[in-house]
Design a protein around this ligand. Sequence first.
Ligand SMILES: [Zn+2]
Length: 312
Amino acid sequence: MTKQYAIGVDLGGTNLRVGLVTPEGEVLKKVKEPSTGDIMGNMKKAVDDLMSPEVKGIGIGVAGVVDRKELKVIASPNIPQINGFSFGSLGFTVPVSVENDANAAALGEASFGAGREYPNSVLLTLGTGVGGGLIYKGKLLEVAAEIGHMSIDTGGGKCFCGNNGCLELYCSARAIMASIIKALESGAESILREHSQGNIYRITPEDVYKAALEEGDNLSRETLREAGRYLGVGIANMINIMSPDAVILAGGLIGAWNIYIDEAIKEAAKRAFKSLYQKTAIVPATLGDEAGLVGAANLIFQGQALHDLSSL
Ligand SMILES: [Zn+2]
């Protein structure tokens, strides 16, 4: 029997996704559950349920820093209970690849999504934090690509990574919400106050885009614009360093494209080398929450970073 499928795993801070994937990036079967409790046990069970003689290997994307060679999680700030975990201990009998989840998503978008037409691309995931991945000539660069932790402000606040003034402190959903809450606490006027039914701590990023895009709320608009300007600085830096064909933007925050991303594009245009900026498409991701899963599976199809567990 030909081994034509791969199992993709996306072990994110919020959800665990496991799927059976074709070489064309189609997800034939999928399991999604919260990343809580015995995460690795749940993952193993979901993988075993999809396993068949037609499966070539298992690609795993993990929220955190990984050791590709040792198939280990070095540090996962969002899922600390898996720090130090070795996938070799799960007893899989097919080859396994391990990657950072944003890197896996970058490969997913590059192979099957918004990046298909672009050999060289940068993916930025804009969510609670800011992650990234770099694609060169259609392949994932096996580097950290911690784009959210590039320094933007020398005097900026402290980041959990130990640095000060990291990009994600200014343009992530967490940063946007912190800035909104601070303004509301100090008495700023905003329609958000009415929507929050007396508890401003219940406001979500979606409430902020809605207020900005549909209700013209000044506080929401200004906060998203300010965050967008910082994101634009980060994008300009990436364009100047990588001269990609495309910058692909993913994550919940692209819901606010018309204000937040528009502002980022304007800022990037001002700052990046003109000749490089002009040849860079800035486009939204198209695979949604399946990017990490299909990208992780594609590590197996591309034969990248493949490690045979029988040799460990
Ligand atoms: Zn940082």
